[in-house]
Write a protein that binds this ligand. Structure first.
Ligand SMILES: NC(=O)c1ccc[n+]([C@@H]2O[C@H](COP(=O)([O-])OP(=O)(O)OC[C@H]3O[C@@H](n4cnc5c(N)ncnc54)[C@H](O)[C@@H]3O)[C@@H](O)[C@H]2O)c1
Length: 344
């Protein structure tokens, strides 16, 4: 496909602004928003003005009927991802869907099956994989500077305040709480860096005045390779609207990302005296993510965060919620195979 990828943007709230900005960076010769859609028409109009889209719709089914649209970018509340994505696949549209892929693993499998059946690309927008610092950490691991991972700590600290009645307050609409909603980014990142997760245990903190799901949690993980990690999340952070930290230690070196990416490695003389700051070329991670989606559609490649891979990350988040409810260690692979059975 040499012409631009023609997009129908479904859901024109908060995150869609970042997607439209990213598409502007990529340019209309790469990607064009043909239609915007939101039940709140004013939001669809706003995004149309920003993106140059000529069609404004309030029903996503109308987006799927259009022959001048190749792909949909789904930025809807979590409980609406599955229905829209499955219908999009059946209409032959490629799919970029915001994280988490779905609110249940069964719905996620149904999305994967629908995309495979239709031969369309299904990619989850796990944007943290496209951040320059995280790309660099992955490269350091792949090149062996850190040796085999032993221990990692990641967190996500944010102050999320939404009014009564907002979908984020509903455990069912969000698919859990802070862990499944935003912690899934960090869990996905850990899987990308270290590999598959063997078992999960979790503890949580609730603030019912804010939301039904947990507002904070600590998730302990052991990976199949033996490495250990913790992911902690707080959606009531008093310090800043949003910040994150990362620490990873391997047999040969360590990295941390807190006020810049720093590395220590016994394998490289320049990095072996103490931590050294690594300069990373700034990139817009949303632009990098959407560029990857466009390339996958054009070249028929599997996305880095394809449906099945995203579902494996989601299974880790679901395992954390099962663990906080039961007090037991939970194997994400068991939940995933059970969900596959149930989805048949
Ligand atoms: N950095 C990130 O990765 C990041 C950050 C924020 C949100 N997100 C994800 O983006 C998605 C959307 O989150 P948001 O914060 O933009 O939410 P939002 O509530 O701001 O936007 C959702 C939009 O969907 C619209 N909508 C609801 N039902 C609809 C329907 N049936 N048809 C058409 N439109 C409908 C709403 O009117 C709203 O404008 C979620 O999956 C969320 O997890 C990702």
């Amino acid at each position: 496909m040499s012409r631009p990828l023609r997009i129908g943007l479904i859901g024109c709230g908060g995150i869609s602004r970042a997607h439209v900005r990213a598409m502007q960076i990529l340019g209309r010769e790469t990607v064009q928003v043909v239609a915007t859609c939101d039940v709140e028409e004013a939001l669809a109009q706003e995004r149309a003005r920003e993106s140059g889209a000529e069609i404004v719709l309030t029903d996503w089914r109308e987006v799927l009927k259009r022959e001048d649209i190749d792909a949909v970018d789904i930025c809807l509340p979590h409980d609406l991802h599955a229905e829209a994505a499955i219908a999009a696949a059946q209409a032959g549209k490629h799919i970029l869907v915001e994280k988490p892929i779905a609110t249940t693993l069964e719905d996620g499998w149904a999305m994967v099956r629908a995309a495979r059946g239709a031969g369309v690309v299904l990619m989850t927008a796990f944007v943290e994989r496209f951040e320059a610092e995280n790309q660099r950490v992955k490269q350091l691991l792949d090149e062996g500077w850190l040796g085999a991972p032993i221990l990692a700590q990641v967190d996500h600290l944010q102050n999320v305040v939404v009014p009564p009645g907002h979908w984020v307050r509903s455990r069912q609409r969000l698919g859990g709480g802070a862990i499944a909603s935003a912690g899934c980014h960090r869990l996905d990142l850990l899987r990308w860096f270290i590999g598959e997760v063997e078992w999960v245990s979790a503890e949580t903190y609730y603030e019912p005045d804010r939301m039904e799901g947990e507002v904070a949690g600590v998730v302990n993980l052991q990976f199949t390779c033996g490495a250990l990690a913790t992911m902690s999340i707080n959606w009531m952070s008093p310090y800043r609207a949003f910040y994150r930290k990362l620490w990873l230690e391997g047999t040969e070196g360590c990295v941390h990302n807190w006020n810049g990416l720093h590395v220590f490695s016994r394998k490289k003389p320049e990095w072996s005296e103490g931590f050294v700051k690594l300069e990373c070329e700034p990139v817009d991670p949303f632009a990098a993510e959407i560029r990857h989606f466009v390339e996958c559609v054009r070249e028929g490649k599997e996305p880095l965060t394809n449906g099945e891979d995203s579902l494996r990350s989601q299974a880790v988040a679901v395992a954390a919620n099962v663990s906080e409810q039961t007090g037991c260690r939970v194997r994400p692979a068991d939940l995933l195979s059970q969900a596959l059975e149930d989805a048949k």
